[in-house]
Each structure stands twice: as C-alpha cells, then as structure tokens.
Design a protein around this ligand. Structure first.
Ligand SMILES: [Zn+2]
Ligand SMILES: [Zn+2]
Ligand SMILES: [Zn+2]
Length: 141
C-alpha cells in the first residue's frame, strides 16, 4: 500500500517528463514510508549516508510541491515541514504537533460551507485548504 503510493508518485513524476533520479526517488520514499511531516534538514539526516546533498533535497522538495506530490505543511514557527501527497482525490491532512505523524482525511465535509462562502462573498470558489493539528495517539500518552 505504502509502496504503491510511492510508485504512483514515481509514475506521475515521469509522466510529467522528469527523470526519477536517486534524490527524487529517496525523498518520495522517505516522505511516504515514514508518514510524517519532515523538514529538509531531517530528510538530509536520513539520507546523508547515501550522499544526497541538502541542496538537492531542497530542489527536490520544490519540484514535488510544484507537481502536487508533496505539500508544505503550515508552519508552526519553526522550520518548514513537508508531507507526502497525491494529487487527484481531494483530501485534507492532520499533522501531529509533536512527532509530525500525518494522516489523510479523505472525506471533505466543506461543500455546504463553500455554498455559504459563495453566497456571502459573491466569489466563485476554485479550491480550499484545511489542515488539522493535534497529537497522535502515541504522543498523547
Ligand atoms: Zn495529501
Ligand atoms: Zn505524534
Ligand atoms: Zn476539502
């Protein structure tokens, strides 16, 4: 399952004309397999023994965000953290404030709220973002 999600990202990257380089492959795998929001520095520490530079991790993250394969989590004052994501199916994330664990929330209950926003503002709505923060079951103990 997790493996498949990495593979979907690999396929999408290549479909968009990007080579699956070692840094790209490893950053995608780390973000998917750990199911945690990670900073570029944390990724660098995890991948340092593989000779992947911090600069190439930054470049890779930028590309993944651009392609919708990663998302920059809302900053909580410190370093920017990144979440593995898959474009397509609309969903939201919940992120543990302590360990960075991420879960996807695949149901979106905001459509009625969008109607209210549309009515009140006269805007058309193209998209919305919503991120939940809290403590995972392991961190709550
Ligand atoms: Zn996602
Ligand atoms: Zn946690
Ligand atoms: Zn939504």
């Amino acid at each position: 399952m997790i493996r498949n999600m990495s593979h979907n990202s690999f396929a999408l990257l290549q479909a968009r004309g990007y080579k699956l380089t070692e840094p790209r492959r490893r950053v995608i795998e780390q973000l998917h397999d750990r199911r945690r929001a990670l900073t570029a520095l944390e990724l660098h520490q995890l991948l340092a023994s593989e000779g992947i530079s911090l600069a190439s991790i930054y470049r890779t993250l930028e590309l993944l965000v651009e392609l919708g394969l990663a998302e920059a989590a809302t900053r909580s004052g410190d370093e920017q953290r990144y979440i593995a994501c898959s474009p397509g199916q609309h969903h939201h994330h919940i992120v543990c404030s302590r360990c960075g664990r991420v879960a996807d929330i695949t149901e979106c209950l905001l459509e009625p709220f969008e109607d209210v926003v549309r009515e009140r503002t006269g805007f058309t709505i193209e998209s919305h973002t919503l991120e939940f923060h809290g403590y995972c079951s392991a961190c709550r103990q």
